[in-house]
Design a protein around this ligand. Sequence first.
Ligand code: ADP
Ligand code: PLP
Ligand code: MG
Length: 287
Amino acid sequence: MKNVLSIQSHVVYGYAGNKAAVLPMQLLGVDAWALNTVQFSNHTQYQRWKGMVIPKEQIAEITQGIADIGALSECDAVLSGYIGAAEQGQEILNTVNAVKKANPNAIYFCDPVMGHPDKGCVVAPGVAEFLVSDAMSQADIIAPNLVELRELSGLTVENFSQALAAIEAILAKGPKTVLVKHLSKVGQDPNKFEMVLATQQGMWHISRPLHEFVGRDPVGVGDMTSAIFLANLLNGKSEIEAFEHTANAVNDVMTVTKESQKYELQIIPARNYIVNPISQYKAVKIA
Ligand SMILES: Nc1ncnc2c1ncn2[C@@H]1O[C@H](COP(=O)(O)OP(=O)(O)O)[C@@H](O)[C@H]1O
Ligand SMILES: Cc1ncc(COP(=O)(O)O)c(C=O)c1O
Ligand SMILES: [Mg+2]
């Protein structure tokens, strides 16, 4: 069994961060060691929440605790997502370095969760700058959405070809694989939900239905996307197989969520589709 140290948010109610990542990875047979960066009552897109940012020292302390029992070498990947404060950033990279020292085959998957003006995702000051200046170059895989693609590349991204150029710019900054979780308005078809996977072998595109949600789009989808993609890779799937499985599994969860008419991701009711998606959308090689 493979193991992922998942350093993300924890929400007590609902699904985002580790609550959107841990169960999907475990359903796929990969164990997730949840190290929480915050403990919030709920995700921040409710615009109100209680709880706390976990002190940065906890990241090193928990890492040391796992090292002390000789288990750090069992970690096959560090997955970072929602960071609670900028000062947690370097602690996360220290943990990545410690894991890679204990297991030279381990990888670092960075989901560069940044604040999202129109979605209302609230991220602490300085986190985006840390992701651009420090985390990106250390990441083996990075999974931006459109806002994050613009910030990480530092380029204008207003159409599909500019998105591909931005991906190339990120590949030149360290990551070996870029998974664009959502092309949003720079996709080829405004009525579809599109993703791009860029690897050392080229670029692939996948398109799935764009579900219309009344009012608010569900949150935590990017976290779930990154988790499912990583778990598939650790299970030995090719990057393309992992890409297709991820797009199809996430689409099925979105379908179940839409049918439920609930705001929170319906991961538990849709749990069988995470393992065996019914959607069958295929990746198309574009470069
Ligand atoms: N198939 C789909 N149809 C409609 N909306 C979707 C679909 N899949 C994901 N979404 C929505 O797209 C948005 C993806 O958010 P985005 O900021 O692009 O990435 P992230 O999920 O990392 O924040 C989310 O609001 C999610 O609810
Ligand atoms: C606490 C928390 N964790 C994680 C996320 C990331 O969610 P998403 O996967 O939609 O980017 C958010 C977004 O608002 C959040 O508030
Ligand atoms: Mg996100």
